[in-house]
Design a protein around this ligand. Structure first.
Ligand code: ZN
Ligand code: CU
Length: 488
């Protein structure tokens, strides 16, 4: 059955100028794109947004309607970022216990089993998976902080090979978290070479996003060069006021490295992560003050959610320099929001050609999540495109669609053209805006009029229809070239 979306402003995801036209869908695919004369409805039809940086590996199974993403126009989530992946199961389940307490999952076998589980569950978004280096490492080495021996490298390589053969798009690392923090460059290069041989990419939450940002970017670029695969620097930023402005030099390094090196970004001046990682970095009291660190989620202390460490110091009667330790004693896996970036840097990075958009939202729905989980894409389109003019509409859409499709090797996605899969979003460029705030984060954006996933309508006028037409997207063996676009 054919559905025609009429008289819309087509922004096709390639970066090409918008035009008024009609777009016809038949089953899963776009079958016709026809320009038309005269005025359109004013609504923009774009490819569905590809969230290039998520932690939704298990959320797509336990919250399959994925309201917090699809109501914001997202049709594909790249999962497995920051070294945290969905297999092997026992290590992945440990992440599930933190993010989704009370939801028990039946085990799966490797990435083949995980991707099949995604297909069987049929969430409302598509899923492309990265292999998590940290998950692989802890499965093989536990909490061993030394370098792996040859047998351990071989065992990790086998797990990575399984993931790539199953259709994963690459491997991620999280080098400020245990166990990634213990991995030396040689280990990462050796394992990245396994990914390279299978045609995948390397994404990295780099070793330092503060005073050693440039060295950390250089390490990621060097791993890509030595292992022979494309690189994505995750959530590019500079944390701590003394480091503000250094993103410009980081962008220069990325540009100089050529088209095989990319980066993603979320459009906010606060980060969100594990309190344990922030405390271990020694930044509280040096680069960030206790009032800039706000509890986002805990296991047993909902009354702490939304409170800063400064407030909790008062409440618990402990000095400011010991409050993080006190909170961690009670809540070892607490997550926090850290207000530590500059608005100028956010604009510098977002204004830079080619930077992709990724929410990095932590789907801890019971807690007090960072509003980026819901609002990232609408915020770019509303605040940074329409209100501030940091980048143009066609360029912004490209960085949310065609560009990540190319970087992650998602064939026939991220563009509007006959033959492409009908992952689509219809929005009002005059009103689209994020609504979540740090005090009241769980708000879906305004202005998202329609969302289609694999040709089926999932959202109408901001309402989820209950449709679950998403599936796992598997890398089809196309080798992503180091010199530019996917070879498909
Ligand atoms: Zn990260
Ligand atoms: Cu992340």
């Amino acid at each position: 059955m054919t559905e025609v979306i009429e008289a819309v402003t087509v922004v096709d995801g390639t970066g090409a100028p918008a035009f008024i036209g009609d777009v016809a869908i038949d089953e899963e695919r776009i079958v016709e794109v026809v320009p038309r004369e005269g005025a359109g409805s004013g609504l923009v039809l774009a490819p569905g947004f590809i969230d290039s940086h998520t932690h939704d590996d298990l959320a797509v199974l336990v919250h399959p309607q994925m309201e917090f993403k699809v109501l914001g126009g997202v049709t594909t989530c790249v999962v497995g970022n920051c070294g945290m992946g969905a297999a092997p199961f026992p290590a992945a389940a440990a992440m599930g216990a933190v993010l989704h307490p009370g939801h028990d999952l039946d085990p799966w076998d490797g990435y083949r089993g995980y991707l099949r589980r995604v297909d069987d569950t049929a969430p409302s978004v598509n899923v492309a998976a990265l292999i998590g280096h940290g998950t692989v490492r802890s499965s093989v080495m536990g909490l061993d902080d030394g370098p792996p021996d040859d047998d351990q490298i071989a065992a990790m390589s086998r797990l990575i090979d399984e993931g790539m053969a199953a259709g994963c798009v690459g491997m991620s690392t999280g080098l400020t978290y245990e166990p990634g923090i213990w991995a030396r460059t040689e280990e990462l290069t050796a394992l990245a070479a396994v990914v390279a041989a299978a045609g995948g990419i390397y994404t990295s939450h780099i070793r330092d996003e503060g005073s050693h940002l440039i060295e950390a970017v250089d390490e990621a670029i060097g791993i890509g060069r030595d292992a022979g695969l494309p690189v994505v620097v995750s959530h590019l930023k500079a944390m701590g006021e003394p480091n503000w402005g250094t993103v410009a030099a980081a962008l220069e390094r990325i540009d100089d490295a050529g088209p095989a090196v990319a980066a993603d970004q979320y459009p906010y001046t606060a980060s969100s992560t594990m309190l344990a990682a922030v405390a271990a970095s020694g930044r509280i009291g040096t680069l960030v003050t206790p009032d800039a660190v706000v509890i986002a989620s805990t296991t047993d202390h909902p009354e702490w959610h939304g409170r800063s460490l400064a407030e909790l110091a008062d409440r618990l009667g402990v000095p400011g320099d010991r409050v993080a330790t006190a909170v961690l004693d009670a809540e070892p896996v607490a997550t926090v929001i850290v207000h530590s970036m500059s608005e100028d840097d956010v604009r510098t990075v977002l204004g830079h050609p080619g930077i992709m958009v990724g929410s990095d939202g932590i789907p801890s729905l019971e807690g007090h999540p960072h509003p980026r989980l819901y609002g990232t894409f609408a915020r770019v389109l509303g605040r940074y495109v329409r209100d501030l003019g940091v980048l143009g509409l066609e360029e912004a859409v490209h960085r949310m669609t065609g560009r990540p499709a190319e970087v992650f090797g998602l064939v026939d996605r991220g563009v509007i053209r006959p033959g492409a899969v009908a992952d689509l979003v219809l929005f009002d460029p005059a009103t689209v805006v994020d609504r979540g705030t740090f005090d009241d984060p769980r708000q879906s954006p305004d202005g998202i009029v329609g969302v289609w996933v694999n040709g089926a309508r999932v959202v109408t006028d901001g309402v989820h229809l209950g449709t679950r037409s998403g599936r796992a997207l598997r890398r089809r063996g196309e080798r992503v070239s180091r010199t530019g676009s996917a070879s498909a």
